[in-house]
Each structure stands twice: as C-alpha cells, then as structure tokens.
Write a protein that binds this ligand. Structure first.
Ligand SMILES: C[S@@+](CC[C@H](N)C(=O)[O-])C[C@H]1O[C@@H](n2cnc3c(N)ncnc32)[C@H](O)[C@@H]1O
Length: 257
C-alpha cells in the first residue's frame, strides 16, 4: 500500500483479497456507500461503544484551544462527523472545521448530524481524496483522521498530503485500529472480529461482506512502530503513539515542525 512506481496490472490488498490497484478505491467506496445509513449503529455494535471513548481520547490529546483565537482543523475521512463534532464542542469560538471525505453518502449523513448538533457556520464540508486533498499548502492548524487511513490505497501519499496542508507548527493525529498486544485479549478480539462482526453486519445491516472487509483491512494495516516510521518518513517530527485498549486501537501523533 505504498506508492512506489505504479505500472499497469499492479495489485494491492483489499482486505485479504488482491485486487487491481486502480480498482481498490472504488471497492472501498462501495463498502461505505452500502453502510452509510447504518454506519453509526454498526460502529456502536461492533466496538461495544468503545469507539466513542477512543474518539474522546483523540480530541483530548489534540486539546483544541478554548479561546476565540482562530484554529482550523481538517478532519479527513471524516465520514459521519463524530470527530469533527467532538473537536468543535471541545474548542472555543475560534475553532473551525472542514469535514473532508471521498464518499458523498457518508458526508451527507455527517452534514445532517452536524446540523442537528448545531455546528452552524463553524463547519464546512468537502468531498475529497486523502491522497490529493483539495486545499492549498499550509491551510490548517490540525489534521485528524480516524479509522480512515487504512482505507486509502497509498498511505504514504495520504501522509504526504497531511504534511502539505498543515501549517508549520501544525498537528497530525491519526486514530486507527492497530495490533492488540495483550495475550488472551488478542484471541478474544480475533474471535469477535472474524466470527461476531460479520454476523452482526448480516443481522443489523443485511450484509456481512462490507464488515468482513473492515475487519480484514485492520489486519493488513501496519502495526504501531512501522506506522510511526511512515509518519516520520512523511516529514513529521516528535512522532509518538498511545495504545488504546491494549493496542486494539492506537493514536499516532506528529508535528509539522
Ligand atoms: C470507518 S469510516 C470512519 C469515519 C469517521 N472518521 C469515524 O471515525 O467515524 C472511514 C471513512 O473513510 C472514508 N475514505 C475511504 N477512503 C478515503 C480516501 N481515499 N480519502 C478520503 N476518505 C476516504 C470513507 O468514505 C469513510 O467515510
């Protein structure tokens, strides 16, 4: 899932399957178009509500300023807006956010939810690919991506774009499923992932397939330290990470210095 030199016929992983590299994003988009209407319910069912605590941790680590001083966030792969909403609620009057996602169906759900939450003029929406963000260099004070980066075809291009759109001194934060490092919990987690989640998907959303992809894509994503190294290679400084729930998820942090 790195860019390298692309030649016709290159393949890449889509969950545990190999697919043509240029077909992968369309398959990912199909997954999220299928689940958009039930995404929030499924998120709660699949994680037992844990994703809410992890997102709270992400926002606590970002600590958006409480003042009226302007602070611009881009929440990439923002989907239905959970992280965007939390940042706006935690930040002061100067806090503004752009929710950017490649999938119009997910953004539509996000638009509705943020309107209900009263985000008003502090929020804007953009349809865009994390690998080629539709924003000028040095536009944002912070970049967040939650459960999004494992879906992009070229992680290194997405990281390079994160670096490009951040101002000097800007903060990168990524919340993603990672490698569970606690014995026994890892076995329980495997059972939950491969036996429970696809069945929940079948029952609650009428299809197991999208949820099988979500689980498989987690296993294909680089573990904590290799991912930290990719963030360093993209140019970020002071890179570190925190494990959540024994490493089932992790938050990676870096700064454009
Ligand atoms: C698992 S959802 C996460 C949504 C939200 N951040 C959250 O934590 O609830 C993943 C999101 O990534 C988006 N996505 C997938 N590939 C993308 C890409 N290349 N660029 C931007 N967004 C992408 C999907 O459309 C989907 O909304």
């Amino acid at each position: 899932m790195t860019s390298g030199k692309q030649t016709p016929g290159d393949t890449t992983s889509f969950g545990f399957r190999q697919v043509a590299e240029d077909a992968r994003q369309r398959l990912v988009n199909d997954v999220f178009s299928t689940v958009a209407g039930r995404y929030d319910l499924m998120n709660d069912l699949m994680s037992g509500g844990l994703h809410r605590l992890w997102k709270d941790d992400l926002v606590a680590w970002l600590a958006p300023p409480k003042s009226a001083h302007r602070f611009d966030l881009i929440d990439v792969a923002g989907g239905t807006g959970d992280v965007t909403r939390r940042v706006l609620e935690a930040g002061g009057a100067g806090c503004r956010a752009v929710l950017c996602d490649i999938n119009a169906a997910m953004v539509e759900v996000g638009r509705r939810r943020l309107a209900e939450a009263g985000a008003g003029e502090r929020i804007a929406f953009a349809i865009g690919n994390a690998e080629a963000l539709p924003f000028p260099d040095k536009s944002f004070d912070a970049y967040t991506i939650a459960f999004g980066i494992r879906n992009v075809t070229h992680i290194d291009r997405a990281l390079a774009e994160a670096y490009r759109v951040l101002k000097t001194g800007g903060r990168f934060l990524c919340l993603e499923f990672s490698a569970c490092e606690v014995p026994l919990l890892d076995r329980l987690y495997d059972f939950h992932s491969f036996e429970i989640i696809p069945r929940l998907g079948q029952l609650a959303a009428g299809s197991a397939e999208p949820y099988r992809y979500l689980v498989e894509s987690i296993r294909k994503f680089p573990t904590q330290e290799p991912f930290a190294q990719m963030i360093r290679v993209a140019g970020f400084g002071r890179v570190n990470f925190r494990n959540l729930t024994g490493g089932i998820a992790a938050i990676h942090s870096g700064w454009r210095i």
